[in-house]
Structure formats: structure tokens, C-alpha cells
Design a protein. Structure first.
Length: 188
């Protein structure tokens, strides 16, 4: 199997960094969920805090790396305007080509009603996906500032959990749109 540089970057962005973020989310969620009074000894709290600091930091770094590679490396290849204002170079194509970018291909409706994939899916990815690293970073900051005191402050612990889940939701929806759009109009 042969892949172009663009396809490799798409895989790094989505299946590499995105998957690492989603796995780190699972660990962070499990760690925070069990971070309650009566569940942990003093030694367990110290050990758990190290894992939470490292896990949350790794999650934030991969969330930022995913969004930045998507926005500044993969997205420009999607967005380039090649087919003209009426998308005439996309007519009768089954997939995007050197004359018809993925964006042009979707907007041209060359293979059915695909314009909505661009209007909804790429708008989500373009703007709302940035919420994932922002919310994950907010959760990390709460963990860094409050540390073990989160055990005795259920409202703050719940705030961290809500930020985690909201970050996860933004990332999952952006990832799903990315996978579906790449299936219909792959970057070549």
C-alpha cells in the first residue's frame, strides 16, 4: 500500500494524535471518577496525583497537536480552491483530483448531495474542534491548581469531569465528521 505525504499527515492527525487523545481521555476520566474521599489512602493519593498530572498533560498536548496539525497542515489541502467558481472541473468526477480539491468536490455535489458535508461537517471541524484542547487545558489547570484538594471539593471535581466530557464530545464529533468527509472526499 502506498500513501502520499498528504495521506500520511491525515493519518497522523486523525488516527495517530486523535486516537492518543481519546485514549488519554479514558484514563483521565477514570482517574478523576475514582478520586473521592474514602477511596484512597495517602500513598495512593500521591501516586494518583502523579498519574493525573502526567495523564492530563499528555491529553492536552495531544489535543493541541491534533487541532494544530489539522488546522495548519491538513486543512489547507482540503480548502484550496481549484475547480473555479462554478466547480466545472469537478463535473463527472467520482473523487477529488488535482483540479478539484476535496472542498470543491463536496460543494459541487458531483457525486450526490455532498454540499452539507462541507457546510456542517467542515464548519464543525474548522471552529468547534478548537473547544477540545481549550476545555482539556481548563481541566488540566484545575487539576494543577487544586491537586489533591479535589478529593474534598466535589463541585470542583465535577467541574473537571464536565470539562473532560465536553472536550471529549467536541473531539469525537470533529473526528467523526473528519472520518466521514475523508471517506467521501479524501485528500490526495
Amino acid at each position: 500500500m502506498e500513501m502520499s505525504d498528504r495521506e500520511i499527515w491525515t493519518v497522523i492527525h486523525g488516527m495517530g494524535l486523535g486516537a492518543i487523545y481519546l485514549l488519554a481521555f479514558g484514563g483521565a476520566l477514570a482517574g478523576m471518577w475514582s478520586f473521592r474521599p474514602g477511596f484512597l489512602t495517602v500513598a495512593a493519593i500521591r501516586e494518583r496525583m502523579r498519574r493525573l498530572y502526567v495523564g492530563f498533560a499528555a491529553m492536552c498536548v495531544t489535543a493541541w497537536a491534533t487541532v494544530i496539525t489539522g488546522t495548519y497542515i491538513v486543512y489547507p489541502w482540503y480548502r484550496v480552491k481549484l475547480a473555479g467558481d462554478a466547480f466545472e472541473k469537478c463535473a463527472n468526477l467520482g473523487l477529488p483530483s488535482a483540479e478539484c480539491s476535496p472542498r470543491d468536490f463536496l460543494l459541487s455535489n458531483a457525486s450526490g448531495e455532498t454540499e452539507m458535508w462541507h457546510e456542517l461537517g467542515m464548519e464543525w471541524k474548522e471552529h468547534v474542534a478548537w473547544l477540545a484542547p481549550l476545555l482539556a487545558t481548563s481541566a488540566l489547570l484545575l487539576v494543577l491548581v487544586y491537586g489533591a484538594r479535589l478529593i474534598t471539593r466535589p463541585r470542583l471535581r465535577n467541574a473537571v469531569l464536565i470539562l473532560l466530557v465536553a472536550s471529549f464530545a467536541a473531539a469525537v464529533i470533529a473526528g467523526a465528521f473528519g472520518a466521514f468527509i475523508n471517506k467521501v472526499a479524501p485528500i490526495q
